[in-house]
Structure formats: structure tokens, C-alpha cells
Write a protein that binds this ligand. Structure first.
Ligand code: SF4
Ligand code: SF4
Ligand code: FES
Length: 493
């Protein structure tokens, strides 16, 4: 374990640690462009130059291993001058795009220029080398080669993380630029991470481009519910509109995000969003829809022919409310919180074999409230014993064959129109987990809670509140005044 001194402070690090990482351990920030903690070291941008006693020249901190007795200076006059020179060099051919560049406000060039340079350019705008601008590459990205500083983070990401190696540096000297390899397409399922790691505005997201200046965005940490991995994300939003989600790197689950999970927020903001009730394909206001649903439940309830199905796509709170509706309000034994799933990372990166986010949370509800198996529920439906099934839209798909055969009335809860199964009798909208808090347990057993970055559309309530109203229509009270009330009796460990 070598011990070295950085800016006068001693620090002991593991063998193999770079000077940049050793400084980080001390809380000393060394500027960097090409260095990324999850990519190989390429040492090409020179932004991390530091002075090391007895070394004849400045050394790159990202690619120089910390050694016993080293004395490092990160803020000497020599280092400051080198940083100014590197920035001048990088900016010589950089276009004056800041007013129209999506990266403005979070750009490595802008920030370091303010922190380490503030020098006036000695080059004229008309002398700059021109390169190709605004080229759509793949379904999610646009490349502006004029803004590229050739740090090669994007190239290394595709070679090392997705192992698809679509990108490379072409040309030499002034003609060097990033391009696609022949015959490749930039659709590796993780491509939007490239826009995150590009330190400048060379790669931008087609989804986010020109939608919002970054300084207007508020940031809310929450979780992705695109699969059982449950990646941590940060939702960037303004005035009740979510504009993008980015990864919240953490050692337990994720540094990156898959494109599918990252763009999942769009479903609750597009034209597909359900804000009213639906009875037999016709949109009606929420209260009349609720009354109609309650009437159909009441009809079937007398004959003991109502069933409730839990869902691995719903939070523990909303599943628990459904269990209480079945047990305490409808007083039926026909309820099921049984869901078998194969879990584990399926692509070696992030995407889980289980496309639902809360199979493990559902198990806690089953432990607390019991219920019948999915096979038993399907056989009761197929035998004609059930007249009405109440389910979350995607979970209803799990018993669709039995429902079809028996002609049972299906009533679903859905956040989006696209989720509603064919032949659904009635649908009630509910607030998505971008709009209401909920607890989820990922495939590793990590329990995490969503933090809503936005408010639900007017009149759309959390599912536990919809269930509470349904219980009231059935003449019972579940006394659910908050999501936490639904958790009573659940062992969250
Ligand atoms: S496009 Fe961005 S990430 Fe790729 S080499 Fe250029 S500056 Fe680096
Ligand atoms: S891997 Fe799963 S949890 Fe992670 S971003 Fe993709 S869909 Fe979301
Ligand atoms: S960060 Fe060290 S050379 Fe680029």
C-alpha cells in the first residue's frame, strides 16, 4: 500500500491506484475529460496534468500509478499554465455553438474554461477546422463532430461495455473524427449512455434535444421500474413535465441505464396517458366509471364470484391495498398474489430476465395476506366460478387464456391506454410511480422507494386511493388515508 503526498496531504492507497484516484480519495479534484471510472484509461486529453517531484515533465494523473513517497502538486503555477494551454488547444477548433448547444450549462468545456482558463482566444472564428454537424446515428442519438474533443469515451463505451464496437476514430491529425464502423448501427440498447458520458455536446439525445435548457431542470432521484434490476435514476423535470432521466450511479445496481428503461417515463406523458375511466372502449369521467365498476362488483359479489389479482408491476403499497380490498371489503377468498418469475441479469450488463419490477415485493404481500395460487385462480375462472376479475392491466395478461375461455368480466387499473388488454369491460386510471411514491424490491432483495418528480393529472389518484373508494362503494371502510396505511401488517424486514 503506497503512501504519497498530494498538495501537502499524505494519503495511503491500494497498489495500482492512479494519482487521479488517490487525489479523489483526499477530496482533491483533478479535471479530466477522457478519464471515466468505468472505462479503460486512455490518457489522451491531457487535462489531468499534475506536477510530480523529480519527474522532468508534467504527468497525466489518470494514467500514472501512485507510488511510495511520490510528492504531487495539482495546483502549482506549472499545472495551472498547462490546464490553460490544454483548454486553448481544445477550443481552437471548437465551434461557437454554446447558444444552441444542448450541453450548455453542463458542458465540460464551458465549466473548465470558467474554472481553469478565462483566457481570450488567439484564433479567429473563420480559421477553425469545419467538421460534419448534426448527423443522426441510431434511433436515439445525434452526432456533431465539430464539437468533439476526441476523448474517445464513446468509442471505449461501445467497445468495453456493450462490446458492440460500433464507433472508432477515423482520419489523422486535423481530420480525426468519430465515425461508425462500416456495416454497424448504433442501436445496442444502451446507446443513450453515450450522450451522458460525452463531456461536450458532440453526442446529444434525440429525445431531449432542444426541449429544455438544463439550468431550468429540477432533479429528483428515483428508481427505474423497467425490469427487476431496479436501476437508480434521476428524473430531470420542470413545471410538472419530465424531460429526461439519467443514471444515478451506485455500487449496488447501476452505472448506466438501458435505453428502454431510460425512455419509460415517456409513457406517462404522451397521448397514451389514461386520465379518465373507460367503459367498453368509451372514455367517461372517473366517478361515473368507479360507480359502474362498483355496481358490477356488487352484482357478482353476492354469489362469491369476484376475484382480485395482485401485480408485480405495482408497488407493495398498492398490492397491499388490493389484498385488503379482497379480504376485508369484498370478503372473498378469490384473490391471488402469486407470481413466479425467473430473475437475474440476462445480457451481462443490466437488463433483467424478469420484465416486472416488484415480484419480490409481491411476495411480501402474499406472506402477509395469503391468497390462492395463480393456477387455482385460473382454474376457478375457467370453471365459471368467477364473474368479475379486478386486476392491474399488465398482470391481467397472465391469466388472459382463462379469462377468454370463461367470458369473465375483466376490470383493470391502467396508467396508459396501450396497457389495456383486449375485451376489458372497464378500466380505471391510477397515478404512475413518476407521480406517487411506492415501494419496490429488486431482484437482489434491495428495497427502494420511488420519489415522484411530477404530479398526476387532475383527478387521477394513486391506486391505493382508488381501491379505498371502491371499498367505500361496497359498503366497507379500509381506512386508507395514505400509502403507508396500506402497509400495515406487511413485514418489510
Ligand atoms: S464524441 Fe464526445 S465522447 Fe466521443 S470522443 Fe468526441 S468528445 Fe469524446
Ligand atoms: S436495466 Fe431494468 S431497471 Fe435498469 S434501466 Fe433498464 S429497465 Fe430500468
Ligand atoms: S483525463 Fe487524464 S489524460 Fe484525459
Amino acid at each position: 500500500m503506497p503512501t504519497l503526498t498530494i498538495d501537502g496531504k499524505p494519503v495511503e492507497v491500494e497498489k495500482g491506484t492512479s494519482i487521479l484516484e488517490a487525489a479523489q480519495k483526499l477530496g482533491v479534484y483533478i479535471p479530466r475529460y477522457c478519464y471515466h471510472p468505468k472505462l479503460s484509461v486512455s490518457g489522451n486529453c491531457r487535462m489531468c496534468l499534475v506536477e510530480v517531484e523529480k519527474a522532468p515533465k508534467l504527468l497525466t494523473a489518470c494514467s500514472t500509478e501512485a507510488a511510495e513517497g511520490m510528492v504531487v502538486r495539482t495546483v502549482s503555477d506549472k499545472v495551472k499554465a498547462a490546464r490553460r494551454d490544454v483548454l486553448e488547444y481544445l477550443l481552437i477548433n471548437h465551434p461557437l455553438d454554446c447558444p444552441i448547444c444542448d450541453q450548455a450549462g453542463e458542458c465540460g468545456l464551458q465549466n473548465y474554461y470558467m474554472d481553469y482558463s478565462l483566457a481570450k482566444s488567439r484564433f479567429k472564428n473563420e480559421d477553425k477546422v469545419r467538421r460534419q454537424k448534426r448527423r443522426a446515428l441510431g434511433p436515439h442519438l445525434v452526432l456533431d463532430n465539430e464539437r468533439c474533443i476526441l476523448c474517445t469515451r464513446c468509442v471505449r463505451f461501445c467497445a468495453e461495455v456493450t462490446k458492440t464496437a460500433e464507433l472508432e476514430v477515423m482520419g489523422r491529425g486535423d481530420h480525426s473524427h468519430i465515425d461508425m464502423k462500416e456495416g454497424k448501427a448504433l442501436d445496442n440498447g444502451y446507446s443513450l449512455n453515450i450522450a451522458d458520458i460525452c463531456p461536450v455536446g458532440a453526442w446529444t439525445s434525440r429525445d431531449f434535444r432542444f426541449k429544455q435548457r438544463v439550468w431550468f431542470l429540477k432533479k429528483t432521484p428515483t428508481i427505474c421500474l423497467g425490469c427487476a434490476t431496479g436501476c437508480l435514476i434521476e428524473a430531470h423535470h420542470n413545471e410538472n413535465t419530465i424531460y429526461r432521466t439519467v443514471p444515478l450511479p451506485n455500487p449496488e445496481t447501476n452505472t448506466w441505464l438501458c435505453d428502454h428503461g431510460r425512455l419509460a417515463y415517456k409513457a406517462v406523458q404522451g397521448g397514451d396517458r389514461l386520465v379518465k375511466g373507460v367503459i367498453k372502449n368509451g372514455l367517461i369521467d372517473f366517478e361515473p366509471a368507479l360507480r359502474e365498476v362498483a355496481a358490477r362488483i356488487d352484482e357478482a359479489r353476492g354469489a362469491g364470484a369476484v376475484a382480485v389479482l395482485g401485480s408485480p408491476w405495482l408497488s407493495i403499497e398498492d398490492n397491499a391495498a388490493l389484498a385488503r380490498l379482497a379480504k376485508d371489503a369484498l370478503k372473498t377468498e378469490n384473490y391471488c398474489f402469486d407470481f413466479a418469475s425467473e430473475q437475474g441479469i440476462k445480457d451481462g450488463i443490466l437488463i433483467n430476465k424478469d420484465p416486472s419490477p416488484n415480484a419480490n415485493g409481491l411476495r411480501l404481500v402474499k406472506d402477509a395476506h395469503g391468497g390462492i395460487s395463480q393456477a387455482e385462480l385460473s382454474s376457478r375462472i375457467a370453471a365459471g366460478q368467477i364473474k368479475v376479475v379486478l386486476a392491474e392491466a399488465r398482470a391481467a395478461g397472465l391469466i388472459k387464456d382463462a379469462l377468454k375461455a370463461a367470458g369473465t368480466r375483466l376490470i383493470v387499473f391502467a396508467a396508459n391506454k396501450g396497457e389495456i388488454p383486449a375485451a376489458t369491460y372497464a378500466t380505471l386510471p391510477y397515478a404512475s410511480y413518476f407521480e406517487t411514491p411506492g415501494t419496490f424490491v429488486n431482484y437482489q432483495g434491495l428495497r427502494r422507494r420511488t420519489t415522484p418528480p411530477a404530479e398526476a393529472p387532475e383527478g387521477v389518484k394513486p391506486l391505493w386511493a382508488v381501491v379505498n373508494k371502491l371499498a367505500a362503494y361496497s359498503g366497507s371502510s379500509l381506512r386508507l388515508d395514505s400509502a403507508e396505511d396500506a402497509l400495515k401488517g406487511i413485514d418489510l424486514k
